[in-house]
Design a protein around this ligand. Structure first.
Ligand SMILES: NC(=O)c1ccc[n+]([C@@H]2O[C@H](COP(=O)([O-])OP(=O)(O)OC[C@H]3O[C@@H](n4cnc5c(N)ncnc54)[C@H](O)[C@@H]3O)[C@@H](O)[C@H]2O)c1
Length: 704
């Protein structure tokens, strides 16, 4: 038999070895349709061999068993029936594996996700390596579906329904220690002994009859009434987290409950049906779109020529500097953190250690690692050691003159190959570049606050920057686990330029008499992580006021800023940082009620506006601004806008991103509404962007 995706070899001892990833020159194994076909043939071949004594599944790849099914296959499913057919084909193959009369064992080193896990759940035993990269899970819920190759049937059998439910609902990835404890794997062994010990374990009797320790919840699941109650509670929890925006978790619960106790054929038929239905939902299609955007962002451009960053430095040890130093340290790139004041250094160290402490507390880090990484940050007041640094990230105060002076000084302290960047959130990168003798190695590198939580990093170009600088920054950003987006210089760059009209329009709505609570509720009901008033409090109303000024200055009358934030700043209402913003906050930062002092700055007569109307007023100006961003070539494509907003401000992923949402709503309708608003306001802030008008007149969408 000839195979192109797998290898199947029978050795002298009559043991079959089924290997994955030998022929592909990629770091990750993915299950393609052809892989499944070949596994199917392999199962027939093994089943027919009367001499076969056992079967070992393994991967040729370092750190990866399987990353899951090829998502473009799921994307290509155009009907429920087609999706069901696909699941049935997968079921038939993995059933063959499960039904083999010989012992079977899977050897897992590294990632084992989705279809990869569903496959090995059909084996008698699973051995995992003690590799820190070993991560096992069923992430299908993240693209709005459920595991459709038997995962919902076999995982509960292996680890119990309670734990399986948690894994399937959250997509959580399980590390080797926990996997062993919960019975997800049967053995954990050193990576280098995986094959030798795996072969030995193949013929050993299973230690536990039941691979999982039954939890209390599992033991009462057999009672119909208790089970009903448990699922009811789970539904309530899901609704609280997803606010009902995501259909998959609820469908998963329905399926797990209704299939409880069913025999394999019936259970799997129900799984296929549930998968088929979910695969065709708008939310799943949108989440798949986001998956592809994110996946695409992980690839360097063709012909990229990045240099290696081994050591970094941060200038300015404030809120951002401390966070960036943490990022370097966490990635074993022992950073230098320089400030002009001791107090600054202390603050920066406190900032980074608070994140490490949380990881320690949650047992995501050992005490040794905590101490080693925290110590690896060298906090200093001079440029000692800067000659050994490959990347400097400047995060000093937001002042062009100060930053230019800092860069001038810095140029004499580093080697000529060192890349220099600024974390400015609002100053012109083009202008800052003029301070440097060699600006080809300079760019903007804009992190979001807090650095440990916010995934997006904007890499900002200017006209003299070299491709090598951008490539290096892109690669480094990926290496430290962030999502990069390359942006040309403009006021607010990508994310803040689009966020600004959202916040600005919110302020105008408040001035029109819409209540703060109604406003925030409308945004949250649209799917935003928080409403605009709450967001302004988080960012700082003074910062918002400053950004508003910059936008108006840079973009003209169409970005005319509301005066509300200025008034708040004058009244010392700065947001969460001084516990007084649009809302009040307690000492611990918990949001209390709306701040009565803000009400004094707003009209006493309240206007009741329809929620959909509020949502339009908030979202359409963002779409309008995004159109001008594309027109000016600030980013290359609509995908960058969507990626930036999802990872930068948490624009709801189930909507696929701002421009995907705009496309699905119909650009002609959106343009019509924008024109309507434009006519209703006395200034020029809703003027429809020519690019949007052009798309509509040509019958096109942002993506097409
Ligand atoms: N805070 C945010 O939410 C946020 C988000 C993204 C970007 N940024 C940007 O990051 C930068 C820093 O912001 P922050 O909020 O961390 O400020 P911060 O005020 O908390 O910290 C600034 C630090 O820079 C130090 N400093 C001043 N002059 C210096 C010099 N010449 N050399 C070395 N250190 C010097 C100060 O002592 C202080 O410790 C700004 O450009 C800001 O726009 C901030």
């Amino acid at each position: 038999m000839s195979y192109s995706k797998i290898t199947l070899e029978k050795k002298d001892d009559n043991i079959y070895y089924l290997g994955f990833g030998k022929y592909e020159d990629k770091s990750m194994n993915v299950i393609y349709e052809q892989t499944l076909k070949e596994i199917d043939m392999a199962m027939d071949e093994v089943a027919l061999d009367k001499e076969a004594k056992g079967l070992i599944l393994f991967s040729y790849k370092d750190n990866c068993f399987f990353a899951g099914m090829d998502i473009s296959v799921i994307e290509g499913l155009s009907s429920e029936a087609q999706a069901i057919e696909g699941c049935e084909a997968g079921h038939a193959i993995f059933n063959k594996l499960e039904d083999l009369k010989i012992p079977t064992i899977a050897l897992v080193d590294g990632t084992c996700l989705g279809g990869g896990l569903e496959m090995i759940l059909a084996c008698d035993k699973i051995v995992a390596s003690n590799n820190s990269k070993t991560a096992i899970g069923l992430p299908e819920v993240m693209i709005g579906v459920l595991p459709g190759f038997g995962g919902t049937y076999r995982l509960p059998k292996r680890v119990g329904l309670t734990k399986a439910m948690d894994m399937i609902l959250t997509g959580r990835q399980i590390r080797h220690k926990k996997a062993l404890k919960m019975g997800l794997v049967d053995y954990v062994v050193p990576k280098e002994r995986l094959m030798t010990l795996g072969k030995k374990y193949l013929f050993e009797k299973k230690v536990n009859k039941k691979s999982f320790k039954e939890s209390l919840t599992d033991s009462v699941m057999n009672s119909f009434l208790t089970r009903k109650l448990i699922f009811q509670k789970a539904r309530e929890k899901v609704l609280k987290t997803t606010k009902g925006f995501y259909p998959a978790p609820l469908k998963i619960l329905d399926h797990l409950e209704s299939s409880f106790g069913d025999k394999r054929a019936r259970y799997l038929a129900k799984e296929a049906k549930a998968f088929g239905e979910l695969s065709q939902t708008k939310q799943s299609k949108n989440l798949q779109h986001v998956f592809f955007l994110h996946d695409g962002s992980k690839k360097l451009r063709d012909g990229a020529n990045p240099s290696v960053v081994s050591r970094g430095a941060v200038l300015g040890a404030g809120t951002m500097g401390g966070g960036i130093a943490w990022l370097f340290a966490k990635n074993n790139q022992a950073p230098i953190m320089k400030d002009i004041s001791k107090e600054g250094l202390e603050l920066g160290l406190k900032q980074s250690s608070s994140v490490f402490k949380k990881a320690l507390k949650r047992r995501r880090m050992s005490k040794d690692d905590f101490e080693r990484l925290q110590r690896s940050i060298s906090a200093q007041l001079d440029y000692n050691g800067f000659k050994a640094v490959d990347l400097v990230i400047e995060a000093v105060v937001e002042n062009m003159n100060v930053k230019k002076a800092v860069f001038k000084e810095l140029e004499g302290e580093v080697t000529k190959n060192c890349i220099l960047t600024s974390n400015t959130s609002s100053l012109s990168i083009e202008q800052m570049a003029t301070a440097l003798e060699d600006s080809s190695r300079f760019a903007g590198l804009h992190f979001f606050n807090p650095v440990n939580k916010m995934p997006l990093v904007e890499i900002i170009k200017h006209k003299n920057v070299s491709d090598e600088t951008i490539d290096t920054l892109y690669k480094w950003t990926l290496k430290v686990g962030k999502t990069p987006v390359v942006v040309n210089d403009c006021p607010g760059f990508l994310v803040n330029r689009i966020l600004a009209p959202f916040l600005n329009e919110a302020a105008f709505l408040m001035e029109e008499g819409v209540s703060i609570k109604d406003l925030d509720k409308a945004a949250v009901n649209f799917g935003m992580p928080m409403g605009p008033a709450r967001l302004m409090d988080e960012v700082g109303i003074d910062v918002c006021s400053h950004v508003g000024e910059i936008m108006e200055e840079g973009l003209g009358e169409r970005a005319k800023a509301s005066k509300l934030s200025d008034k708040c700043v004058q009244a010392q209402l700065l947001g969460k940082k001084n516990q007084k913003g649009f809302y009040l906050y307690d000492e611990a930062g918990k949001q209390l009620d709306v701040n009565p002092k803000v009400q004094e700055l707003l009209p006493s007569k309240k206007v009741k506006m329809d929620e959909v109307e509020i949502q339009k007023r908030l979202i359409l100006p963002m779409i309008n601004e995004a159109a001008s961003i594309l027109d000016e070539g600030i980013v290359d494509n609509p995908g960058d806008v969507d990626l930036g907003l999802i990872f930068g401000i948490g624009f709801p992923p189930f909507r696929g991103g701002l421009l995907k949402y705009a496309d699905s709503e119909g650009l002609d309708r959106i343009l019509e509404s924008i024109k309507g608003f434009s006519e209703s306001v006395s200034d020029k802030r809703y003027g429809p962007m020519p690019y949007l008008e052009k798309l509509v007149s040509e019958g096109k969408t942002f993506y097409n």
